[in-house]
Design a protein. Structure first.
Length: 285
């Protein structure tokens, strides 16, 4: 049995009356993220030149300096256009609460949390209208990840904040580690692999007074969020690994979880899916 095979559903013998939400739903067609810097750049022409060297001459055309404070350009990669604007100031608090997101991130060191909180400027990156289906959304996010990785390799880059329903922050180090895993792969690969940690936030919270560990970000792909309800047999690291793997199976279209399905986590542990709105909780772990 492969690692991913453990998480394939096993239908209950009598699921009559169980809710059956229609997944996938239409994804969020637009995709956006913010790339944070620990300094204010004098000019973004070197940034445009770097993208041309990484993705090929003509990837970035002329840089627009018409606005007195905001410089921008369009990057054309793999048939997709990405709008890139540079703002020489910290992210406004009404746009994103970076300190709060940093505080609750499992994957950031104390130094990385501080760097996010104390950033000095940022790039706003957007792809408009490309994610019209799960396959298209997957391709947009994959290409977007390669663009962000190229930008993060410049001096002074801190990390990326995904603009979605969550508050995901990904450090430069972690982002580039994921990029290494993406090399030599394609958006539609035979390994059911997708760089989930770059697009989906997994965090601990409470449902009423019960502890849960759940995702935020899958709904942007038109998929249900996933979570472990009151996990007692799994530690946080195990829960994260399971949710990343199960999210990857959903995003790559290999497995869509349903209400009232049984999911074997290993040879001894099996959980049941229970729908609560847009979230499928795994109960019994």
């Amino acid at each position: 049995m492969s690692f991913f095979d453990r998480f394939k559903k096993k239908s209950l013998s009598n699921p009559a009356g169980a809710a059956s939400p229609q997944w996938p739903q239409p994804p969020e067609a637009d995709t956006m993220c913010l790339l944070l810097m620990d300094r204010v750049l004098d000019d973004i022409e070197p940034v445009a030149a770097r993208l041309n060297s990484v993705f090929g001459s003509g990837t970035v055309g002329d840089v627009d300096h018409d606005h007195p404070k905001v410089s921008s350009f369009i990057a054309a990669i793999d048939g997709l256009e990405f709008w890139c604007s540079y703002l020489p100031m910290p992210i406004p608090s009404d746009t994103a609460d970076i300190p709060a997101a940093a505080q609750y991130s499992f994957l950031l060191s104390d130094e990385e949390k501080q760097a996010f909180t104390e950033h000095k400027s940022f790039f706003m990156l957007a792809q408009k209208g490309g994610g019209t289906s799960l396959e298209a959304k997957r391709r947009v996010c994959w290409t977007f990840s390669m663009l962000c990785a190229a930008l993060l390799e410049q001096e002074g880059a801190v990390g990326v904040h995904i603009v979605n329903r969550g508050g995901l922050l990904v450090s430069k180090c972690h982002y580039l580690q994921q990029q290494e895993m993406m090399k030599e792969k394609k958006p539609d690969n035979d390994e059911a692999y997708f760089p989930v940690p770059l697009w989906v936030w997994v965090y601990a919270t409470y449902k009423e007074e019960t502890p849960v560990i759940q995702t935020t970000g899958l709904k942007d792909f038109g998929l249900p969020e996933l979570g472990f309800y009151n996990p007692e047999q799994l530690n946080t690291g195990q829960a994260l690994d399971y949710l990343y793997s199960m999210s990857s199976l959903q995003i790559t279209g290999r497995q869509l979880y349903r209400n009232a399905s049984l999911i074997p986590l290993d040879e001894k542990l099996e959980v049941v899916c229970k729908q609560d709105g847009d979230i499928l909780y795994f109960i019994g772990a």
